[in-house]
Ligand binder design. Sequence first.
Ligand code: ATP
Length: 280
Amino acid sequence: MIAIQQLTKTYGHIQALSGVDLSVQKGELFALLGPNGAGKTTMVRIMTGLTRADSGTVLLNDTDISRHPTDAKRQVGLVPQVLNLDTELTVYRNLDLHGRFFSLPRDQRRERIEELLAYVELSDRAQTLVKHLSGGMKRRLLIVRAMMHQPRILFMDEPTVGLDAAIRRRVWSIIRRIQNEGTTIFLTTHYIEEAEYLAGRVAFIDRGQIVAIDQPATLVRRMGSWAVDRLVDNELQTECFPDRAAAKQAAADFPGRVTIRRVNLEDVFLDLTGRKVVEE
Ligand code: ATP
């Protein structure tokens, strides 16, 4: 459904993307995980036709976005990182304008809006001004706005950024439902838990390059499943082990403070890049 080859992009002397290749299958939920500034938004902007790449190709359902931008754009919905709703208009009107943009007839717009608002439990807010919605409600509205024209691929750029844990989980269940109904989802995130929970496959991006692509569990297994964190001279040192017994043994042998836990994608990212996804 998405095929990217040798994508590059520079901003002045900053190399935002250097030779990115990846492909996403129909119906997949694919996550691009990386720290701030890694190139995630740049990739999404290129794939949705908002920015042009310097070189490389993007095929969306076999349509080349640089050759047939209008056809390609019809296939995609974008949930941007920034809340770019029209806050002075009602919830209904925001969705209606989006439907008009894609030339949906009036009756179809009304039907679709009712359906989508019910989907994210915002039906009773249809006539509320967007500026009076909570942060979580705005995020849910942003997601269904992107679905107005029934895109085959949904791009979500950090869809839960800034939300508290409970609301984030609610948004996750909406994302899962959208995927279960057959939409291909490409999501960027710097939340480890989000990628682990949602994604069928994950790509790690660091300084504009893809450093690994696989299923989360496979990436984690490469390191070993259990980690031991030790505090040595006030510095956290982590070692990974294939099983819990080996981790327990290593912990028992260490005289100072120690924690045993499951290996996560953060450990894998750190191992591959020497950097953390979330800088402290
Ligand atoms: P974040 O999660 O913080 O948005 P990101 O992984 O999405 O990070 P990008 O926004 O794609 O990263 O940025 C990649 C690099 O390109 C960064 O060094 C950034 O400063 C630079 N960059 C992005 N957009 C522009 C622009 N319009 N002009 C100049 N530099 C840019």
